[in-house]
Write a new protein. Structure first.
Lengths: 333, 331, 503
């Protein structure tokens, strides 16, 4: 050892780059691999042609993809939103009621309006959380009821409709390529809305606030602003999720969103986003949404009682989380 | 040698009042409950020309509240550890079904079957959360999904469903016309629970694990033991709640307990138990349960539409929690 | 100091949190080109004043002027722009982002920070995740970032707490450079020796007010303590510390007499520890002295059952000891007081519950509590430690010193054979420290075996019968308590041979 420790330069090395990248991206890669691994089995069971099947999965998974993306944004920033499903329901019935007699162009414009409204509604929830300092689980639980009520007020029983071209946005495919619109829309939303933000300061601020709120504050980040911003951003995806419901189902149903809340949380966890915040990304979450949807379809193709599908899905979620937890033991201060 | 921060005259009294309310939040809640009763009374007199605060109505309120009281008891235990159990409603339903199916073979078999199912589901949750460290939201979500699937399958098949008469009586009878049988059960279990939380070693450990798991581990607590036991008890209480429910309706149905899930969380939160764990009590939950029940009656009296009920319900949860947060000055 | 406009002039700063008056009225004046210490016991208002100066909270009253111009910092970043750059005890770095991302977030130039680090003879890869780096390195990063703002006043809040001496040296060098450039440093610390060694002036707070500004070298530690505690308490402290010193020679003999081994450590390997052996006997306080990262934390964790040994053996009272969980250790009466009280306390629970907690750590004891017995045990422990019970309902309302006492009290209540104290006096005020020293000595005299680690070298001769120094994962020297002066300890801690003349 050197005789005079204070004059030599001190160098510090933490984890190797390889291990660090594994920790950051390993889960996402694993989920996509799982999805790919499911494909051969799925093909072997199905009697439909590939294009048709891919279409079916993409359409089925579309609302969940968006709901999961919305939930992911909020969870990354350190929160959780139990009212996503109900808000989706509101968007669903509102759009189905109004778009019934609209032209395609008007429907598109109305969609934009609806997305803005959803952003504001979601930001409203965020504001309540920040201003009253009540934990987000409680506030969003309350908002769950409020939005559910609003949805029932807008439309008591299922009805309404959407223009055919609008529906086609969800159920059609891209020109002659056969790529389902449903998949294109998801990735387009990812590229347009999330990717620009994620690596710049607003996105980093989201991760920072979720990682350690106090350190983020001391770093000079406006914590309250960032948290409300998370809900505002999530509102975009929630709006898209509700519109996806309208487009793919063709009608409005006030109870349509209820299952999506908990499923979105499941997709988020399966997608590698830590419920503690600050970790994970949307790409893994999208894959997780597809995995959940595809596993349900596989079970149906096997001829299992649809109710067994619930059993398997529940068990599958638990299994994945257990294994994932064992693999990525993470200690947090 | 460190001097306690100084206070000035009037602010001194304000501070003691604030401290009293923080340490005894139940006082505020009982106030809210009384207010609700009075409000319902006024509305009832106005609409139906008769008062609400009668022995009969009070008795009915408690009768209706008891099943929620049981389910919320289990939820309280879990939330004290900092977790949440989203499977309580389906556990209650499953227990109701189990009792009805075994009810054929006798009352004791029926009740044991129901309680056994509750205990089993609770243990599964406890093992997942305590031993495998699965997030409680996910774990209980998973078990509720599995339970729902299994129930759907077996509900379709034709088993003879007989609700044991003892259970029926427990769920719907009233002694002397006014004292519900299930209230007696509720009171007994409530007393047991409140005393246990305050005066047993397990109660202390429950709060310790919820407050700071790391510190609990440091003094030698094997946290998984505390958690497994908490979730198992929660399953048991949910089962009891389910039995009381089916005793009341006499008809096991898949949707039997579904509104009770969110109501149980709401009751616990309104009752002042911190969602992060380590702070709270069952006495607060009891008042929370009563508040929700009376609120339900009030909304029914006002002929509120379903959607209005939902909106008001949600707003009340937020408002009450905000008031509580204000009063206790906690984060 | 004559005629020069003060760099920082804060007057009448007051802040209350509801009915609690954290800061009543404090004046602080720092001239250009000085290193100024801010001292005070826990609860005196130091951290509140710093929060007001750095924009973390807004003061209710008072004025702040920087370089003659009024300043109202709205946030730490804003304060930095005004010329007041803070470095807090908890680094303003987010664990799940990389160092580079953290800097991007705060708009700090990566190149500028790197050159500041190089000037301090440090090198860290900016692609590391902050969560992977140890606390001392994070503090240095925070310091480097603060320096890029070219601050008029560098505010260092307890930066040397838990900082190894080689890094602390670099901090002092930075402080001196600030002074040479005509800028200033506000140095908040509990370490009086450092104050006397480095600071030009010191302002001392007591009960939310500043009571005196003095030159630390005139009057020394004794004078500073006297001002911090107030005349009454200081007199009592003087008596107490004189008693301590009078007792020391006697304890050397006492330790020889009771040679029964309680904890035997045999060539263990864990983390940075590469082969350490020692025996902890009844009636002795055995000190461990080491630089940061020499394995002391792993050693304590392994002995307390929080971590598995990678090699070697342990014995408690002659029988093999292989703890796999803290319960195994507690059951054999080997108990731990950890360096971070946040890890040891149940914040929302009462003092009584915290102190009694170990009694119910097994399902066998989950039944009804014997309240009278518990009350007696708790009372005894609280009295032994002189815990201020005024805010007893929730431990988080207690001051830092009292909280630390609770972490020790619980083991007195439930009994122990070996008490493992890992830096038990970190971040607590002088008065409480003295109480802890005399308590540990008392316990040893009553037959307890105590293992004691501290990052403040001055404590070793006051508390320990003998001291082991650790370097390179092994024991490098053993010193008798009285002979464990700073110079000898430092030499041994760096792995150097002890000069015979010094020992």
């Amino acid at each position: 050892m050197t005789a005079a420790p204070t004059t030599a330069a001190l160098e510090f090395r933490g984890a190797t780059a390889w291990r660090r990248n594994l920790r950051l991206h390993g889960w996402t890669i694993a989920v996509w691999l799982v999805l790919l691994a499911m494909v051969p089995y799925w093909r072997s069971l199905s009697e439909q042609d590939f294009k048709f099947d891919v279409q079916a999965v993409a359409i089925d998974a579309l609302p969940l993809c968006f709901a999961a993306m919305a939930q992911a944004v909020i969870v990354i920033s350190g929160g959780i939103d139990l009212s996503i499903g109900s808000l989706m329901g509101v968007v669903n019935v509102l759009s189905a009621r109004e778009m019934v007699d609209m032209s395609f162009r008007h429907a598109l414009l109305f969609s934009l309006l609806v997305i803005v409204l959803t952003m504001l509604a979601s930001a409203f929830t965020g504001l309540i959380i920040v201003l009253t300092r009540i934990p987000d689980i409680v506030v969003t639980l309350g908002m769950l009821f409020v939005w559910q009520g609003v949805a029932l007020w807008i439309m008591e029983i299922p009805g309404g409709g959407v223009p055919i071209e609008y529906s086609d946005l969800a159920v059609g495919d891209l020109g002659t390529t056969g790529i389902p619109n449903a998949a294109v829309v998801v990735f387009a939303a990812l590229m347009i809305v999330w990717v620009p933000i994620r690596w710049l300061r607003p996105g980093l601020a989201l991760y920072a606030v979720g990682s350690n709120r106090n350190s983020a504050y001391l770093s000079g980040i406006g914590v309250a602003r960032t948290r409300v911003g998370a809900y505002l951003l999530a509102g975009v995806f929630t709006g898209l999720a509700g519109l996806a419901l309208s487009a793919s189902s063709g009608i409005g149903d006030p109870n349509s969103g209820t299952t999506y809340t908990l499923n979105s949380v499941a997709a988020v966890v399966l997608g590698g986003v830590s419920l503690l915040g600050g970790v994970g990304g949307l790409i893994g979450v999208i894959a997780a949404a597809y995995v959940l949807t595809l596993s349900k379809i596989i079970l149906l193709l096997r001829g299992t009682d649809p109710n067994y599908a619930n059993v398997y899905q529940g068990a599958l979620i638990i299994l994945v989380v257990v294994i994932g937890g064992l693999l990525t033991r993470k200690t947090r201060s | 040698m460190t001097v306690a921060p100084e206070t000035i005259g009037r602010e001194n009294r304000l501070r003691s009042a604030q401290r009293f309310l923080v340490d005894n939040p139940v006082v505020v809640l009982v106030g809210v409950l009384v207010l609700l009763f009075v409000l319902t009374d006024v509305v009832n007199r106005h609409d139906a020309g008769e008062p609400f605060i009668t022995w009969n109505q009070l008795s009915t309120t408690f009768l209706v509240a008891a099943p929620l009281g049981m389910i919320a008891a289990g939820q309280t235990l879990v939330m004290l550890t900092g977790g949440v159990d989203l499977s309580v409603a389906l556990t209650a339903t499953a227990a109701a079904f189990a009792t009805s199916w075994q009810g054929n073979n006798g009352t004791v078999e029926g009740i044991l079957a129901g309680l056994g199912v509750g205990l089993g589901i609770g243990l599964a949750n406890g093992i997942g959360v305590g031993i495998f460290r699965v997030n409680p939201l996910i774990m209980t979500l998973g078990t509720s999904s599995v339970t729902f699937g299994l129930l759907s399958i077996y509900a379709g098949k034709s088993f003879e469903k007989v609700v044991p008469s003892f259970v029926s009586k427990l769920g719907s009878d009233r002694f002397f016309d006014y004292l519900p049988a299930n209230l007696i059960l509720w009171t007994a279990l409530a007393a047991l629970l409140i005393l246990a939380l305050r005066y047993t070693g397990y109660g202390r450990m429950l709060y310790a694990v919820g407050d700071n798991e790391v510190a609990a581990r440091l003094v030698g607590v094997r946290v998984w033991q505390v958690l497994v036991f908490a979730y198992a008890l929660c399953g048991l209480f949910s089962a009891i709640g389910g039995l009381l429910l089916v005793g009341f309706t006499n008809n096991p149905d898949l949707g039997l307990a579904s509104p009770y899930l969110l109501q149980s969380v709401a009751a616990v939160v309104i009752g002042g138990t911190s969602i992060f764990g380590g702070w709270g009590s069952y006495s607060g939950t009891i008042v929370g349960v009563l508040i929700l029940t009376v609120l339900g009656s009030l909304l029914t009296l006002l002929n509120a539409d379903e959607w209005q009920r939902q909106v008001i319900y949600g707003a009340i949860i937020i408002a009450l929690t905000a008031i509580y947060a204000r009063v206790s000055g906690s984060e | 100091m004559s005629g020069e406009a003060p760099l920082l002039d804060a007057r009448g700063v007051a802040k209350n949190y509801g009915p609690v008056l954290a800061l009543r009225s404090a004046d602080l004046s720092v001239t250009p080109g000085e290193i100024h210490a801010l001292l005070g016991a826990n609860g005196a208002g130091k951290s509140t004043l710093v929060k007001c100066l750095t924009g973390v909270v807004r003061p209710d009253q008072g004025t702040i002027a920087v370089g003659g111009r009024a300043a109202r910092p709205r946030s730490p970043m804003h304060a930095a722009k005004l010329g007041l750059a803070p470095v807090f005890q908890d680094p303003a770095l987010v664990p799940d982002l990389t160092v580079a991302q953290n800097f991007r977030l705060t708009g700090s130039s990566v190149g500028a920070v790197r050159s500041q680090l190089t000037a301090m003879d440090l090198s860290v890869s900016f692609r590391e995740l902050v969560g992977d780096l140890p606390l001392p390195i994070l503090r240095m990063l925070d310091l480097a970032r603060a320096l890029t703002h070219d601050p008029q006043l560098l505010i260092l809040d307890e930066i040397t707490a838990a900082l190894p001496s080689d890094l602390a040296e670099r901090v002092f060098a930075v402080m001196r450079k600030q002074r040479e450039q005509g800028r200033s440093v506000l140095f908040i610390t509990h370490r009086l020796a450092e104050v006397i060694a480095t600071c030009d002036r010191a302002t001392i707070l007591r009960d939310g007010r500043n009571v005196e500004t003095m030159v630390p070298q005139e009057g020394g530690e004794a004078r500073i303590v006297e001002i911090m505690l107030g005349p009454e308490a200081a007199r009592a402290e003087k008596v107490a510390s004189e008693l301590d010193e009078a007792e020391l020679p006697a304890t050397e003999e006492a330790a020889e007499a009771d040679a029964e081994p309680v904890l035997e450590v045999d060539d263990i390997r864990v983390g940075a520890v590469q082969g350490i052996s020692f025996t902890l006997r009844r009636g002795e306080v055995l000190g461990l002295a080491a630089l940061e990262g020499q394995g002391q934390d792993e050693l304590f964790e392994a002995l307390a059952g929080q971590r598995r040994l990678e090699g070697g053996e342990l014995r408690v009272e002659g029988k093999a000891f292989r703890p796999r969980h803290p319960y195994d250790a507690v059951r054999r009466n080997v108990v731990l007081v950890p360096p971070d009280r946040l890890l040891a306390l149940l914040p929302q629970r009462s003092v009584r519950e915290n102190v009694a907690a170990p009694l119910y750590n097994t399902p066998l004891r989950w039944g009804p509590i014997n309240m009278r017995d518990e009350g007696r045990r708790v009372r005894r422990a609280v009295e032994a430690l002189d815990i201020d019970m005024r805010a007893a309902k929730q431990v988080r309302r207690l001051s830092g010193g009292n909280q630390q006492k609770v972490t020790i009290a619980r083991w007195i209540a439930s009994g122990f054979a070996a008490l493992l104290c890992n830096d038990p006096t970190r971040g607590i005020d002088v008065g409480t420290k003295r109480q802890v020293y005399s308590l540990l000595r008392e316990l040893a005299e009553d037959g307890a075996a105590i293992l004691f680690f501290s990052s403040e070298l001055a404590e070793f001769p006051l508390v320990c019968d003998r001291v082991l120094t650790i370097y390179g994962g092994r024991v490098t020297a053993e010193l008798a308590g009285a002979a464990a002066d700073e110079a000898s300890l430092l030499q041994a801690m760096h792995g150097l041979q002890l000069d015979e003349a010094v020992a």
